[in-house]
Design a protein around this ligand. Sequence first.
Ligand code: NAI
Length: 328
Amino acid sequence: TQAPVNVTVTGAAGQIGYALLFRIASGQLLGADTPVRLRLLEIPQAVSAAEGTALELEDGAFSLLDGVDIFDDAKRAFEGCNVALLVGARPRTKGMERGDLLEANGGIFKPQGEAINAGAAADVKVLVVGNPANTNALIAQAHAPDVPAGRFTAMTRLDHNRALAQLSGKLNTPVSQIKKLTIWGNHSATQYPDVFHAEAAGRNVAEAINDEKWLAEEFIPRVAKRGAEIIEARGASSAASAASAAIDHMHTWVNGTSSDDWTSMAIPSDGSYGVPEGLISSFPVRCSGGNYEIVQGLEINEFSRPRIDASVNELVEERDAVRKLGLV
Ligand code: NAI
């Protein structure tokens, strides 16, 4: 039988963690024949809650779950790590400026990057979910100089899935029939969901909708502000859908995209589409054999260009701010 894959999850006692761990244990992260060993990282105050979740994982009697270890020390949590899901982050609290937020997260993602550099397995793949996800990924990557930069990614798959759901409703087409959608830029309100290359049951989505006003005034804001809509309705931020998107991101990275489709992942830019090299920005991406590449040659029209640029500019500002703080 296959050796278990070490999956490290940070923020394991949080609400995304609670939804995520059971899906990993059931085999949905990597595939139904890959055993996993969970390594949970929490802050000391939340270790007891993580231990409670570990008891429930035991009670799931998952045949693929080889074991659960809990740590409050990043160095140990990332030893031998093959897959890292960085979920725990410092949320913005009242009166907190962006600089304070970035600095507080630097205090989390710098040591985690160092720990990945020191102890992770050679094939480690990192997904940052904790916000501000793109810039937190940049910070972690900056402190892991021995790990190939491209192994650090951030999550825009939830935005991608939200956009698929909206298009499915609008076009009355199942989500499985909608392909080649792209989220560009930052996982923030400036993100740009691009339908101009997307296809619904073989038909170009922008042409099928044929309504730029709807795109600009309903679709884009609905996708970008879906997080706030969920908080308003649920009284808590999206958790199960975020966990589901994290599963999708890593599953696609490991197992590949289908030949007639691509996905959205925030990855280090190689300069494609005018995105400054090194920024961790969302792109259309094809995955195969555990690797990914940016889909090249897409025409960016006048509707899309300023929207992509606005989101990328926000990433530049975040990078400059963490540079000033000495975090990258
Ligand atoms: P939560 O507050 O329920 O859980 C966060 C957990 O992280 C807590 O248990 C906390 O103790 C832990 N934590 C804090 N610092 C840590 C550290 N240094 N090491 C290990 N664990 C640490 O939050 P929730 O709802 O689970 O969300 C987690 C993050 O995911 C938030 O930053 C949220 O903004 C982000 N998020 C990102 C999305 C995306 O699409 N990229 C979507 C939804 C949420």
